[in-house]
Structures are given as C-alpha cells and as structure tokens.
Design a protein around this ligand. Structure first.
Ligand code: AGP
Length: 611
C-alpha cells in the first residue's frame, strides 16, 4: 500500500506535504513525489525515501503554492522508478493539466489503457494510476469533480485518490473505495491523508471517506457525494491520536521502542476490562452481542501475517475457554473458497491496521453470508472497525514499525479476554476465571522481565549471525509463536526461517538439519515439554545447534542445548504473550547486526491494502 497526503488552504503546501509523507512513510517507501499548484502544476518525483525528495526540492523553484498533493509508494504495477513514481499526469495533449496520486489497484486498467490508446493517448509509465489520470482527462469537460465521478464509475478495484487540475487552480478532488482516506477539517484549510498520523498536527476534526465517496474541496468549503453525484453528509469526528505516541524518543528504531512499550501497552489493553475478584471481563464493544456469542455454534478467525498467527492462538483459546468449535483461516483463502456459513457462525477479523485488503474482503464475504462479524483491531476508525458488527480495540497505541510486535501481544490479550468473556457465560467456573484473570494481570510484568533479556539476546545473535537458514519449532499454544518468530526474523533480516509444529520436523524438514542450520525450540515446562525435549534431541543428534526458549529455572534443558533464553512460568494459555518477546528481540538484534532497515524492511509495507 502507499501513503497519500493533500493540502488546500492558505499556508505553503510543500512543508505540510513533506511532513505528512514522513508520517505516512511506513505505509510504503520505494519512491516518493509531490505536485504543487503555482500558476501551473509543478511535479517532483524520485526513487527512494521522502528525505531524498526533500533534498531534491531544495534545488527546485516553483513549489510555493498553497494547494498540493504528495505520495509515498509501495509498488504494485511497475517497478520502483522515477517514471512510475506518483504523481501522474493525464495526456499532455489533453491540455487540462490534470495530476493525480493514488493508493490501491485499478483492476481493469489494461482494458482502460487499450481504450485510451485507441483514442490517441500515450503513456509514460507502467502504472495503473497513470491510466486513471488519463481517463479523468479524457472525461474532463470543464468540471473536475464530474470528470472524477465519471471516471470512477468506469473503474473496478480499490482507490484512494487526490486530483488537481490547472484549469481549476482552487479545487482539490479526492475519492475513496477500498483504500483508506481521511479529510482533516481546519480553519479555511483541509488536509487529506491515508491515516490520522498525517492530519492530527493540523486539526483534530476529521471525517473518513466511505467507499464510493468523492469530496470536492476549496479553501472555504467542501462537498461530498457518491460517484453518482448523490450528496452525502460525512460525520466529522474528534481525532483520538496523540503525536507524542509516535515520537521515536531515545530509541534507534520504532520496532525496539514498541517492543519495550509492550508492558505498558498491555496494561492499557487490560485497563478497565478485567476484574479478577469478581471473575468478570468487561468488553464494551461486544456487550450488545453477548448472547449471540455465548450461543455461537462456530467461530472463524481470519487474518494475515502476524494477525494470522494471533488468530491461530485465538483458536486454541476459544476452544479451551469458551468450548465453541473454532477454526482459523488466512483471509485471502477464506474469501475465495466459497465458505459455508451456517446460522450461529461468528467471523472474527484480526488486524492491527484494520485496512488489510484480504481481511476486509473476508469479513465482507462472511457478513453477506450471514455471519455475525467482530473485529480485533488496533487503529481506531479503520475500515474493519467500521465494517464489523462489533469489536474490541487493542488499545496498544500506534504501531509504526512494519514488523508487528505490541499489536501481536495486544491481539493475544484481547483474544484471551474475549474467550474468557464467553467462557464465563458458558462453562467456566467463577473461581477458575478469577485465577486466570489474576495471572493475566501479571502478564505485563512478565513481559517487562523478558525485555530485560535484550542484551543477552544481542550476544546470542552475534554467535549465530552468519547462519542463513533457521527452523523454529513449537507445540500447542507455542506452535503459532514458532511461526511468528520465523516471520519476524525473515521480514526484517532477510534470513530464511521456517516455523512448524515440532512433531512435523520428522516428516521432511529434518533433512535440512545440520551444523549450519540452527533450531529455535520453544520448550516450556508444560504438558508437551517431554515431547519438545525429544524433538530437540532429534535435532542435536544430527548436529543441529539448538537455541531454546525455556522456563526459568529449568537447569536440565540449559545443560543440554547450545543456548537458552529464560521466560517466567505462566499458564500455557498465556505463554504466547511471553514467548513471543525473546523472538522479537532476536529478530531485531539480528537485523541490526546485518545493517538492515528494521522499521522499513525492503519490499514490505505496514499494511497491505492491496490484494
Ligand atoms: C507482521 O510483522 C507484518 N507486518 C505483516 O505480516 C502483518 O502482520 C500483516 O500484513 C497483517 O497486517 P494487519 O494486522 O494490519 O492486518
């Protein structure tokens, strides 16, 4: 996905646009560009980060206008290059001077491109976005808003766009379908952006554009309609976003900051939601549907990436605590497989951003087939949080690092509370729930204790830094954590890592085990401990080095593996919240050791808003 920001008002647009792009850079960062209206439209684009664009603009005149649009890209169509960077113009021959930025995918762009080429258009890039700019130019007849509406009626796919036109130098037109876009309402100015992080420095009054909505903005007014020009009234709300939450502070990277924030983030996640003494969980966002949840016949969790791993843990939690048949699916698989949804089915979407395209689509698929839908989401007001029937916010604060850390732990905590909330209304005894909530309340402190392993993990990292392949093994609740640990390592250090159920090792992957292939084994003193010890021996007799994540005080395992990282003892249902932390730090220190860009790893983006 990409980050887009636009400004119309009485201040110089350029600094506002550049600052906004920096706030949105975690959304995509392979190229950047901006366009400013100043008699005519001046465009600057470059490969690389926003700072490269900023340096480039110091050498250019003409970018002093008070209307502009800007974009930071995660490439979908067309390799990262200056010619494929946004903004894109319509055909010069049209002479309308239309310039556009876009986040999303125009799925029928090849058909539209052929149609336009047959009408004499020539294209400068490989992008779907340029085709949309040309289509608007082709349909332009003196009214930019009307041309944008007409063009979007021809388009299939997802878009969040901002468009300006030299023939209408005081108008900004924006529109949205499937990719997020918000409009910040200031005093005689508007700032439009992909999310509130680029808006809140200018105003706390904003509204989300709904799907198929077009907004026409001038300095003193705005109008919102559907793409069929039917007027609609957006709901302007107070933004709940504190910029202080996304300051890097003294940390070198957002990922490290967010790992160390986890104890406090989890305390906020729990605050006001659990009462161990009474054995009660209070989740305001689902109270209205408590009976539907208690009587649910089947629960389906959907998610991608780290959220999918959280969904896997949630499956175990829901069946153990609520005793409701539960399954978990990749959003991208669920949405296309013609799923069977019977009465009493609850679909729960897990997502940090609330904007993952496949998870939105899976949610919509479940909803239209009659499922009750819930969202476990971090970003307030995100698409998933608005499309679900109910939900629970993670409340762990903004997560900027592309590698998800505190959001993962927040997802696990909320899933535990949700399963306990339902289970307490089904078969769980009050005293069992009270003791579980007592333990849950200690988890932030346990996580804080594990973060203190950071220096030790740094040293272990150096010992294995030259290894090019890793296996991560776990059983039961820690099987999803093995997958998550492997994902963390590969996505920020570019080292191949594979997670799997420990027992699966013997069914093929054990062929990979040798002295050059270390194995991370999650071997806590739980009911599967002896099985894990046997798996560790299977690795060791084949020369594989073993790094164990083990329960504090387990001297026996310490004597038998190459390295061990200790975690506090806790009920197995809560173990993933703790065992994930050393793996986050291991991935972090490995990536730093190799000089990788921890917060903005190559080829990745914070939220995948395209399919
Ligand atoms: C995890 O570190 C990655 N950033 C990625 O797998 C992420 O979890 C996935 O894209 C889902 O994002 P979401 O939680 O915002 O839906």
């Amino acid at each position: 996905m990409c980050g887009i920001v636009a400004y119309i008002g009485h201040k110089s647009a350029k600094p506002i646009l550049l600052e906004g792009l920096k706030r949105l850079e975690y959304r995509g960062y392979d190229s950047a560009g901006l366009a400013v209206m100043n008699a005519n439209i001046h465009v600057a684009r470059t490969v690389g980060r926003v700072r490269v664009l900023e340096e480039m603009l110091k050498q250019h005149e003409g970018f002093d206008g008070t209307l502009g649009i800007a974009h930071t890209r995660w490439a979908t169509h067309g390799e990262p290059s200056e010619r494929n960077a946004h903004p894109h113009r319509d055909d010069e021959s049209n002479g309308h001077g239309i310039v556009l930025i876009h986040n999303g995918i125009i799925e029928n762009y090849t058909v539209l491109r052929k149609y336009l080429q047959d009408r004499g258009h020539t294209f400068q890039s490989d992008t779907d976005t340029e085709v949309l700019a040309h289509l608007i130019g082709e349909l332009y007849d003196g009214d930019l808003e009307a041309a944008v509406q007409a063009a979007l009626r021809e388009v299939t796919g997802a878009y969040a766009i901002a468009v300006i036109c030299e023939n209408e130098p005081d108008v900004l037109v924006v529109a949205r379908k499937g990719s997020p876009l918000m409009v910040g309402v200031g005093k005689d100015e508007y700032i439009v952006a992909s999310d509130s992080s680029a808006i809140v420095a200018h105003t706390t009054q904003a509204f989300h554009l709904e799907d198929y909505t077009v907004a026409r903005l001038t300095r003193d007014a705005f109008r919102t309609t559907t793409i069929d020009n039917v007027p609609i009234s957006p709901q302007i709300k107070e933004l709940e976003f504190d910029l202080g939450q996304i300051d890097l502070g003294d940390y070198e990277h957002y990922m490290l900051k967010e790992i160390f924030e986890q104890p406090q983030a989890l305390r906020l996640c729990l605050k006001g939601r659990i009462n161990p003494r009474d054995g009660q969980v209070v989740l305001g966002g689902i109270t209205e549907f408590a009976r539907d949840l208690v009587k649910a016949k089947r629960i389906i969790f959907v998610g991608q990436g780290t959220a999918f791993h959280a969904a896997m843990v949630s499956e175990y939690l829901m069946e153990d605590l609520a005793k409701i048949p539960t399954e978990v699916e990749f959003s991208s698989e669920f949405r296309y497989r013609n799923p069977i949804i019977q009465d009493g089915t609850v679909l729960i979407a897990i997502s940090q951003s609330g904007e993952t395209a496949d998870t939105i689509a899976a949610l919509q698929e479940g909803k239209q087939r009659g499922a009750l839908t819930l969202g476990l989401v971090n970003v307030v007001g995100s698409t998933i949080s608005r499309e679900t029937d109910a939900g629970v916010y993670l409340r762990v604060g903004p997560e900027i690092g592309v590698a998800s850390t505190k959001a993962f732990l927040g997802q696990l905590m909320v899933a535990t509370m949700l399963a306990t909330f339902i289970g307490r209304r089904r078969f769980l005894a009050a005293d069992y729930v009270s003791s579980l909530l007592d333990e849950l309340e200690t988890i932030p402190d346990c996580v804080e204790k594990v973060t203190q392993l950071s220096d030790q993990i740094h040293d272990v990292t150096a010992k294995y830094a030259d290894r090019e392949n890793w296996l991560f093994l776990g059983r039961g609740y820690n099987y999803p954590v093995a997958l998550e640990g492997a994902l963390k390592l590969k996505e920020i250090s570019y080292i191949h890592a594979e997670g799997m159920p420990a027992a699966e090792l013997k069914h093929g992957a054990i062929a990979l085990v040798d002295a050059e292939t270390p194995v991370v084994a999650l071997a806590l003193q739980d009911e599967l401990y002896d099985k894990m010890r046997a798996n560790i021996q299977e690795v060791q007799v084949r020369g594989g080095p073993v790094l164990a994540i083990a329960t504090e005080g387990d001297a026996d395992i310490a004597a038998s593996v190459d390295d061990v990282l200790w975690v506090p003892s806790c009920p197995e249902e809560l173990a993933p919240v703790i065992t994930a932390v050393p793996l986050q730090l291991f991935a972090y220190h490995t990536a730093v050791y190799h000089g990788c860009d921890v917060d903005q790893p190559r080829n990745l983006a914070k939220s995948v808003t395209v399919e």
